[in-house]
Design a protein around this ligand. Structure first.
Ligand SMILES: Nc1ncnc2c1ncn2[C@@H]1O[C@H](COP(=O)(O)OP(=O)(O)O)[C@@H](O)[C@H]1O
Ligand SMILES: [Mg+2]
Length: 327
């Protein structure tokens, strides 16, 4: 049984005077215990809204969430608020993009880590602070005893993100959701944080949902990748298949726009033409059709279904990029 099984998840925002907007539109994916699964796509495609819906963190007013989020067999969308709060932090941890806004600026770091341990694991303050120190050490924060006394603004961006990873992992969750955890950091620090994250989840057997717009991150980290476009999964494949043989023209375009060290010097990077503003509604065809080089009549008129592929993934496309024939 999967640890997390998201089924037909939709999030519709309704605001006065505006048409209802489906930021997430029938998304499904599953995560096995210990597995690392990627959610990839351009900014605005619904990655964060998906993760917030899973965690029950979306505002209730003006938001309609439907579908199922089965964690260990029970539907998180139907838990009472108290039960859900217990699950968060204990069974499911989350790391956000911006480490500064996720930490409380007026509380010393040590107390923020300790608080999680006190609340969810019933530790005493003393024991929690001792463990907080060990956790900061484990995520590579030098001189943890001193750092425990410090406030978030006294730490660098990389150190703050390490601290958030420590908080997220404090209760040894079975699932960690990381939403663009390194986007706000320098490239050199990014690599360190990703390596750390990978080591920690491998060592502890924690399953990881890695949310990113950066295919380079997915390449190094994920077992399975879900590519999102305008609120829907358009392609799902194992990491190796996705990189060797992207079938959806959107995935193909994303891969071609990643800089490669082995490319000719002076060559231009590929761009996907147009922007998400050109999308057509899914009910009228493939939302990506107006930007797609392979568009044909079948792409317009009715929603294109997500269909299983022979290699065990899924694809939502009527005219996929031809599969390379092995030599
Ligand atoms: N609270 C909200 N109310 C209305 N629209 C929202 C809200 N939150 C996000 N959106 C919209 O939902 C879409 C998906 O957003 P998001 O999940 O944040 O994208 P990303 O893939 O970059 O994380 C965007 O068009 C965004 O403007
Ligand atoms: Mg986001």
């Amino acid at each position: 049984m999967p640890l997390l099984d998201v089924r037909d998840l939709s999030v519709v925002f309704r605001r006065k005077g505006a048409r209802p907007f489906a930021a997430v539109d029938g998304v499904g994916f599953s995560v096995q215990p210990g597995q690392t699964v990627g959610l990839v796509g351009e900014s605005g495609c619904g990655k964060s809204v998906t993760s917030l819906a899973i965690m029950g963190l979306l505002p209730r007013r003006g938001t309609r969430v439907t579908g199922e989020v089965l964690f260990d067999g029970s539907d998180l969308l139907r838990l009472r608020p108290q039960e859900l709060r217990d699950r968060r932090g204990r069974d499911i941890g989350m790391i956000f993009q911006d480490p500064l806004s996720s930490l409380n600026p007026v509380i010393p770091l040590g107390l923020q880590v300790a608080e999680v341990l006190e609340r969810h694991q019933g530790r005493t303050r003393q024991a929690a602070l001792r463990e907080a120190r060990a956790l900061l050490d484990a995520v590579g924060i030098p001189d943890p005893a001193r750092r425990l006394q410090e406030f978030p603004h006294q730490l660098s961006g990389g150190m703050r993100q390490r601290a958030l990873i420590a908080i997220a992992l404090a209760c040894k969750p079975r699932l960690l959701i990381a939403d663009e955890p390194t986007t706000a950091l320098d490239v050199t620090i990014q690599a360190q944080i990703l390596t750390l994250l990978k080591e920690l989840v491998d060592r502890s057997g924690t399953a990881l949902v890695m949310i990113t717009h950066d295919l380079g991150i997915v390449a190094g980290l994920c077992d399975t990748v879900n590519v999102l476009y305008a609120g829907k999964v358009v392609e799902r494949a194992g990491r190796h298949d996705l990189f060797a043989d992207p079938r959806h023209p959107y995935t193909h375009g994303l891969l071609q726009s990643v800089p490669r060290l082995d490319a000719d010097r002076g060559g231009r990077l590929h761009q996907i033409r147009g922007s998400v503003g050109d999308n057509i509604p899914w009910s009228e065809g493939c939302a990506f059709a107006p930007r797609c080089d392979r568009v044909n009549d079948a792409c317009i008129g009715e929603t294109v279904p997500l269909e299983p592929t022979v290699r065990g993934g899924a694809l939502r496309c009527t005219n996929p990029v031809a599969q390379e024939v092995p030599a």
